[in-house]
Design a protein around this ligand. Structure first.
Ligand code: MN
Length: 652
């Protein structure tokens, strides 16, 4: 190993060794990489290092520091999670396209597809958005879709966010608050999902510092005050555990576990308890060599101290969905204080602390695609992408799913299925297969018939009976928990979601559906998203397997994949004077804006039949009655209107 490092070092130049580069020389940096990965691609990393350094030349951060300190800091965090060479390069280059004039194509030429794709996934989208929330929602959606293809995108993003949170102090207060909120709502839960406990803990603490500064400082001070007393008690307890286990031939590592401020803060809020009640729960972690030793250690501890009922959890035989394994228990300690205990092996420990990042080490330095697949929530992301109409809705759905606690239930064959707490047999059925959900008629939990809206518990074994012609009941929407079940039920019932916030539906507008006649058959109808037919296009329709009708353009390239015997007869209704639709545009008052809107509409071959305006404070609601003068794609028009300056929202 030494010789490899030696050879690698010979390739360094004077410049590489120069210590003046912002936070450290290239030599300092590459030493950290080679420490955990002696086979790292040093020439490539070196090229990325200097490319990023030179691209950001002259740029400054808000703090006044050279900009390169940021990509350097992000890449440095990536060395802590022992990232592979491509990921290190992408971390160094991650802001080159967004913040410098570097083109993605140049990166592709210099560094190849793999690194260019990673950087692209991390680059914010360009374009105009009516609100900051829309803009950040679009960016979250973009990065999640890129993550679903390559999980390394999210690992770099989390490091990027962590570095930004650490250096947030120089931004204006409102921006700090917005970034901290997004971190707490989106990125910390994602870090949790990826099993990156340390990153999650630090992100949450840094967010708390911004969002509730007083509480954060109070916690910090109280913890500092109580430190001595607590450390004394922890030391005594650790010694007692070590002694007991060693007598039975187990050599454990026992440590007091630091609790993150935010987790204490949350417990205090949730249980409305005082700091003393919460913080007196101190926490111990025991690391042993083998799984059988975990259970032996548990038995010994329960002999010595009385276990608190209901607190034992076996995440070794029933791992959490993110792969986390440990035994958890709480016992009543000698001082009358409750002590939380985790017992695990070293491998389980590393996976728990670093999550997917530790996985690189256990399965070799290159990432393991099988592990990506274990992240079932990532698969869902691609599905939400298909079913949620706006970025905001996508992010709202995401938040719900990220925040729920998980349970693990089983199919009759013993395959584990993870679901959010409060899930029902219908959620289970949809999680297994869409058709199982659509045709579910009866559910058995552990062999007993239960109602379809029963609440499932971890460890339940669930059998679903189906009926061939069954269709989902609208009522299911009132109790299902998962976004997957909701969206599948809605699409089976062909309901287009619409509410006050985002009733802009990417599918066919109701006005167009009214204009289609399905000859001789009755079935839910929708327009295919692949070719997005507009009024008066040449169309053809097909029955889908779940007995819906999908309308395609006659020249849709996907037609060849559809079977002829599934074709359905559809046609546009005779033109009874084109159908009028109403479109509501919310704008800020600006001279010339109405003229811009009218020009756009007439260029889009839409006749404006009437205009109504209502003024609300500094906003104006304009309602247009529109009549198409030919083939009109309203989706395009709405997008164009959204791109006009001072347009806040468009609904139709
Ligand atoms: Mn960045």
């Amino acid at each position: 190993m030494d010789t490899i490092i030696h050879k690698q070092y010979l390739q360094l130049t004077e410049q590489d060794r120069e210590p003046h580069v912002d936070h450290g020389s290239f030599e300092d940096f590459i030493r950290k990489v080679l420490d955990y990965n002696p086979n790292a691609d040093v020439p490539l990393i070196k090229k990325a290092f200097w490319f990023a350094h030179n691209s950001h030349e002259g740029q400054k951060r808000h703090s006044g520091e050279p900009y390169f300190t940021h990509p350097y800091g992000v890449a440095d965090i990536m060395t802590h999670v022992k990232a592979d060479s491509a990921t290190i390069c992408a971390a160094l280059l991650h802001d080159c396209v967004e913040d410098c004039c570097t083109k993605l194509e140049d990166l592709r030429k210099e560094f190849g597809d793999e690194i260019a794709e990673l950087v692209d996934g991390l680059t914010k989208i360009e374009g105009k958005f009516s609100t900051k929330e829309d803009y950040s929602a679009e960016n979250v959606r973009k990065i999640l879709i890129a993550t679903a293809k390559d999980i390394r995108v999210m690992i770099i993003k989390l490091a990027d966010r962590l570095h930004n949170m650490r250096t947030l102090g120089h931004l204006p207060a409102d921006r700090q608050k917005r970034i901290a909120e997004e971190t707490l709502n989106i990125y910390a839960p994602i870090a949790q999902k990826l099993g990156m406990r340390e990153v999650k803990g630090e992100l949450e603490d840094l967010s708390l510092k911004v969002l509730d500064h007083e509480a954060y400082m109070a916690l910090r001070n109280t913890i500092a005050e109580k430190r001595q007393e607590r450390e004394q008690r922890t030391r005594e307890f650790i010694a007692a555990i070590k002694d007991a286990l060693q007598k039975r031939g187990i050599e454990p590592k026992v440590e007091g576990r630091a609790k993150y401020f935010y987790s204490i803060y949350q417990k205090m809020k949730k249980q409305s308890k005082s700091f003393n009640e919460i913080y007196d729960l101190f926490a111990i972690r025991i690391i042993v060599n083998t799984v059988p030793e975990c259970y032996t250690a548990l038995g010994i501890i329960h002999e010595l101290w009385r276990p608190v009922p209901g607190r034992f959890k076996d995440y070794i035989s029933l791992p959490k969905a993110n792969g986390y394994q440990s035994l958890h228990t709480s016992v009543m300690g000698t001082h009358g204080k409750i002590i939380e205990i985790q017992i695990r092996t070293q491998e389980m420990h590393d996976l728990a602390e670093e999550g997917i990042a530790a996985h690189w080490r256990y399965k070799g330095t290159e990432r393991d695609k099988r592990f990506d697949r274990k992240m079932s929530w990532l698969k869902q992301i691609l599905e939400w992408k298909a079913t949620s109409s706006t970025a905001k809705e996508f992010v709202e759905t995401l938040k719900v799913d990220l925040f729920e606690n998980e349970i693990v239930v089983f199919t009759p064959k013993g395959d584990p299925i993870s679901l959010p707490e409060g899930s029902t047999p219908v959620d289970f059925a949809y999680a297994v297969h869409t058709n199982l959900g659509n045709q579910a008629s009866k559910a058995l939990v552990n062999g007993k018939i239960v109602p379809l809206d029963a609440t499932l518990k971890s460890g339940d074994i669930i059998t679903i009976h189906t009926q061939n012609n069954a269709v989902p009941s609208r009522n299911w929407l009132s109790f299902v928990k998962t976004s997957k079940a909701k969206s599948k039920i809605k699409s089976a019932l062909n309901i287009h979601i619409s509410d006050a916030h985002h009733d802009f539906v990417a599918l066919a507008p109701a006005a167009l559906l009214d204009k289609i006649e399905v000859l001789g058959k009755h079935a839910p109808l929708k327009f295919s998203k692949c070719c997005n037919p507009a009024y008066k296009d040449q169309i053809i329709a097909f029955f889908t397997k779940d007995k819906k009708i999908t309308v395609h353009k006659k020249d849709c390239p996907n037609l060849s994949t559809l079977e002829d015997n599934r074709a359905a007869d559809v046609r546009w209704k005779e033109d009874r004077g084109s159908i009028e639709i109403k479109m509501k545009v919310v704008v800020k008052d600006r001279v010339g804006l109405l003229a811009e809107l009218l020009t756009l509409l007439s260029q889009s071959r839409v006749n404006v039949k009437s205009i109504n305006t209502r003024t609300k404070k500094d906003r104006i609601n304009i309602t247009f009655s529109l009549q198409p003068l030919g083939n009109v794609n309203y989706t395009t028009i709405v997008n164009q209107i959204r791109g006009i300056r001072d347009v806040i929202d468009v609904k139709w």
